[in-house]
Design a protein around this ligand. Structure first.
Ligand code: NAP
Length: 248
């Protein structure tokens, strides 16, 4: 396992699914972890207790990822409390799926703002502390849908493809300052977001995956730990697919 000993990380959307696994696995790998959430205060308390039981520090912030001013406040509080930040994981995301004929402007805006504007908000707020240290790793959770497209997900695919373009551009802007920016494109991962599908739908999803099964949240956390650790110190602007071969 790659180590995050001595590092401090912030994960957006850390109360459920992939984000929660990232928080716990990063703490297991040695990091102190801060995380944000939108609504689930109770889940945030559980995650905080779990991190502290692992002997690491935790900070939880109720913060809508769409709110740029709140992103500045969150990063400010973390750097004031911990004296710095090493890793940002932009994970918060939603789906509002429907065919374009039925997609409302609201459904488009909600998904683009929550999934893509949030990445701008938190990345921008981290740049100053990262530049000061001349070090930092930003890891943005995209999706294979951003690479391949998916009917019924024009808003989601646009947000996830946007994350990849954003990450490559920011990687070029910040590489000379030793700040790395990478994306992870998960395939089909079992979470609340994806867990409500029928056996029949699951069968057809499994048939589209060379490894013939969905991934686990810990599979994504493993990629985050690698990209956050010094083991990946020469990797920037990369998109790491973790998808059982789905989008190759
Ligand atoms: P999830 O189980 O629905 O969890 C989403 C997390 O994001 C929750 O902690 C939620 O907090 C938080 N969140 C939602 N809206 C937010 C907002 N406006 N501000 C702050 N936090 C917010 O989702 P997931 O399946 O773990 O997905 C996590 C990421 O992986 C997303 O970016 C998703 O697009 C991506 N992804 C997932 C899959 C998959 O198969 N699951 C595949 C590819 C990519 P609250 O509960 O407090 O609202």
């Amino acid at each position: 396992m790659f180590t995050l000993e001595g590092k401090k990380a912030l994960i957006t959307g850390g109360t459920r699914g992939i984000g929660r696994a990232i928080v716990i696995q990063m703490a297991k790998a040695g990091a102190d972890v801060a995380f944000t959430f939108a609504r689930s205060k109770e889940a945030a308390d559980e995650v905080t207790a779990e991190v502290e039981a692992l002997g690491r520090k935790a900070l939880a912030f109720q913060a809508d990822a769409v709110d740029a001013a709140r992103a500045e406040e969150v990063i400010g509080e973390i750097t004031d409390t911990w004296g710095g930040l090493d890793i940002l994981v932009n994970n918060a995301g939603i789906t509002k799926d429907t065919l374009i004929m039925r997609m409302s402007e609201q459904q488009w805006d909600d998904v683009i703002n929550t999934n893509l504007k949030s990445v701008f908000n938190y990345s921008k707020a981290c740049v100053r502390p990262f530049m000061k240290k001349r070090a930092g790793s930003i890891i943005n959770i995209s999706s294979v849908v951003g690479l391949s497209g998916n009917a019924g997900q024009t808003n989601y695919a646009a947000s996830k493809a946007g994350i990849i373009g954003f990450s490559k551009s920011l990687a070029k802007e910040l590489a000379s300052r030793n700040i790395r920016v990478n994306s992870i494109a998960p395939g089909y991962i079992t979470t609340e977001m994806t867990g409500k599908l029928s056996d029949k739908v699951m069968e057809s999803i499994n048939a589209s995956i060379p490894m013939a099964r969905p991934g686990e949240v810990e599979d994504i956390a493993a990629g985050v730990i690698f990209l956050g650790s010094d083991a990946s110190r020469y990797i920037t602007g990369e998109t790491l697919r973790i998808d059982g071969g789905m989008a190759m």
